[in-house]
Design a protein around this ligand. Structure first.
Ligand code: KIV
Length: 273
């Protein structure tokens, strides 16, 4: 027996068809409560490896594993119906060989039911994109500022500021397009370069510190909600102070428990009226 649901998830080919028509709106989600709230508003949810820093308070994204990412993605898929869910492949899970990349991406997709994967890397990773796409795994490439390359880049620094660097990033994006990627994330690159790449590519570009002219935008949800606990990056914008709301609610709860105002008998079981 087949099961019918009214809401259809946005597919990767549908996202590709947005190019030149409408903006792709995307945010990160790593867990059920946030994903549930985002779903109706977004075209794409990215289960980013930024959860290493945002969710696990690690100094960079390098230590999260493919299994952890798959578990986060599974939670996000389970409680969403509409947005296309893409999972980030973490450092060390796809760079070793084509076979290793396929094995880990297939594991992440099978474990979570997500719609595709994202991986960081320049033109050198384009053969991996081709290998995955030819075997049924949609790939979102990620070029420019690549947090998994923090040690070779010497920090989280904006890219594409020199002609040489800009040429390399354009070449990276073109190589992934030719290899079959369905889109390219442009992170932390010079605005003019992001605009130029968006014009050159026939697949969508998703900016994060890119350009207003990118085909879509993605940000870390905790940054826009005031939940990052730190200064947010220049490319982000805080749209609400949910941290302040939580602070207020938790403060009230603590006060009520200490004063005896909570719980009341209404919150208890087996109380005779
Ligand atoms: O890990 C992440 O959150 C990302 C960004 C593009 C938002 O890769």
């Amino acid at each position: 027996m087949s099961v019918h649901t009214d809401v259809k998830r946005i597919s990767v080919p549908q996202l590709m068809a947005y190019k030149g028509q409408k903006k792709i709106v995307s945010l990160t989600a790593y867990n059920a409560p946030i994903a549930r709230l985002l779903d109706e508003h977004l075209d794409m949810i990215l289960v980013g490896d930024s959860t290493a820093m945002v969710g696990y308070a690690l100094p960079n994204t390098l230590t999260i594993t493919a299994e952890q990412m798959a578990f986060h993605a599974a939670a996000v898929v389970r409680c969403t119906q509409r947005a296309c869910v893409i999972v980030d492949m973490p450092f060390g899970s796809y760079q070793e060989s084509l076979e290793q990349a396929f094995r880990n991406c297939a594991m992440a997709m099978a474990t979570s039911g997500c719609d595709g994967i994202k991986m960081e890397g320049g033109a050198a990773l384009a053969p991996t994109t081709r290998f995955l796409v030819e075997r049924g795994i949609p790939v979102l490439a990620h070029v420019g500022l690549m947090p998994q390359y923090v040690n070779t880049m010497g920090g989280f620094k904006a890219q594409g500021m020199t002609q040489e660097s800009a040429d390399r990033i354009l070449n990276d994006a073109l190589a992934h397009e030719q290899a079959g990627a369905f889109g390219v994330v442009l992170e932390g690159v010079a605005e003019g370069l992001a605009r130029h790449i968006t014009e050159k590519l026939s697949i969508p570009t998703i900016g994060i510190g890119g350009s207003p002219d990118c085909d879509g935008q993605v940000l870390v949800t905790e940054d826009i909600l005031g939940l990052s606990g730190a200064r947010i990056p220049k490319f982000a914008k805080q749209f609400a102070d949910v941290g302040a709301l939580i602070n207020q609610a938790v403060g009230q709860y603590a006060g009520d428990v200490r004063s005896g105002a909570f719980p009341t008998l209404d919150n208890c079981f087996g109380v005779k009226k």
